[in-house]
Design a binder for this molecule. Structure first.
Ligand code: SF4
Length: 69
């Protein structure tokens, strides 16, 4: 994992709007006010947010989030 090249990818076709990602790290994720699907606020986080990004991928119940390295 290198912070400079990682990228959070959200598959909106899989997102069920559970909001677990937002609860995990509100600095990285928000939810669309219309349909509740995830909005990635920072696709290429650094520092402590890198770990938070991986945590969010893990907790998402629908595997909508992934990280490209
Ligand atoms: S946790 Fe997963 S399903 Fe829930 S809003 Fe985030 S990306 Fe979507």
């Amino acid at each position: 994992m290198t912070e400079a090249t990682m990228k959070i990818v959200a598959d909106l076709s899989r997102c069920v709007g559970a909001g677990q990602c937002v609860l995990t790290e509100p600095a990285l994720f928000d939810q669309d006010p219309e349909d509740g699907t995830v909005v990635v606020l920072d696709e290429q986080p650094s520092g402590d947010l890198v770990r938070a990004a991986y945590d969010a991928v893990r907790v998402c119940p629908s595997q909508a989030l992934s990280i490209e390295e």
